[in-house]
Design a protein around this ligand. Structure first.
Ligand code: ARG
Length: 322
């Protein structure tokens, strides 16, 4: 019900195209279609529908008794175990509108597992997810914090590592070799440590954030130095929708130049989505997606946290310039 508000806030923050990695009930498909039809304002979306997860994995950890959760029909979830089941799950999600496939290669922070980085699928299962997605011409994004899980997912042939927190030198070398993208949500550590205790998250989850947050930033810097392809991505909704621009300053603090940070959210992000022919730069034949600010982002990249002008596909959707 509220998704259209979040879509509008995101667009007005200057994000004219987004990937949505993980949603329930195919709400992301409905939202994408409503935006594409022009029914409501929002970014054009590439959606993954459900996040594919192992039983007990990052996408299957709500902390409730099965008495309460057991009623969810298996087809209305991303839970799948075993090579055949993950293949079937990919087909099912594509059937109902997935543009891109996302799965949990490792454990996570904001879920109940003890580990933050342990692999949650076998190599065979990861290979099957990626191979099946490729048959349907879909790219795969893997949630992965853990050192081994990151490498397994890269070897399976994913397009992007989401988070990448505990990557090691071998992982960076593999990313380089495979041309894998890094999408590291490095702003979130600040927001989670400041806000999530107040939201009622238990101490063991906050502790997991302390285990990955700083390491993720240090490894982001190493990835920049290693020349890894980096695209802007925020895991939005950890912080309120519409604050998506807050990550720019952290990317500059941790190794990118302001121009590189801007490119991560424009040309590079378009390339990651496979839409580089239409989006990402201002050029003849491309869709006119343009933002403007009163300041100079090359001097202070934080001005991108509040953009004054947004055009999507040649239509002005916000104009607060004098
Ligand atoms: N959705 C992610 C998870 O729960 C958020 C991680 C945020 N923390 C961070 N340092 N990036 O695993």
């Amino acid at each position: 019900v509220l998704a259209h508000l979040y879509a509008r806030r995101t667009l007005e923050a200057g994000f004219t195209t987004c990937r949505s990695l993980g949603a329930h009930g195919f709400v992301d498909v409905a939202l994408r279609n409503a935006i594409d039809r022009g029914d409501i304002p929002g970014p054009r979306l590439q959606v993954s529908t459900y996040y594919i997860s192992a039983t007990g994995g990052h996408g299957d950890q709500v902390g409730f008794s099965p008495w309460l959760t057991g009623a969810t029909p298996p087809e209305m979830s991303g839970i799948a175990d075993g090579v055949d089941a993950v293949r079937q799950k990919v087909r099912y999600l594509v059937k109902y509108g997935a543009d891109v496939i996302t799965f949990g290669a490792s454990a996570g922070v904001l879920s109940e597992e003890e580990s933050v980085g342990a692999p949650q699928y076998s190599q065979e299962e990861m290979n099957a997810i990626v191979e099946e997605a490729h048959l349907w011409e879909k790219r795969v994004a893997a949630h992965a914090h853990g050192t081994e899980a990151i490498k397994m997912a890269i070897r399976a042939g994913i397009t992007s590592v989401e988070h990448g927190s505990l990557i090691d030198d071998e992982g960076l070398a593999l990313m380089k070799e495979h041309g894998t993208w890094l999408v590291a949500d490095i702003y979130n550590d600040t927001y989670i440590l400041a806000e999530f205790e107040k939201l009622g998250f238990p101490e063991h989850i906050i502790e997991k954030e302390r285990m990955v947050g700083r390491a993720q930033r240090e490894n982001f810097r190493k990835a920049v130095e290693a020349g890894i392809k980096i695209a802007y991505g925020t895991d939005a909704a950890i912080f309120p929708h519409g604050k998506n621009g807050r990550q720019f300053r952290y990317m500059v603090e941790w190794g990118l130049t302001p121009m590189e940070a801007i490119q991560s959210a424009t040309v590079s992000a378009a390339d990651l989505l496979g839409w580089g022919d239409r989006l990402g730069s201002v050029a003849p034949g491309k869709l006119a997606d343009i933002v403007a600010v009163a300041g100079d982002p090359l001097v202070d990249v934080a001005v991108l946290e509040a953009v004054d002008f947004v055009m999507k596909g040649g239509v002005v959707v916000k104009n607060e310039l004098e």
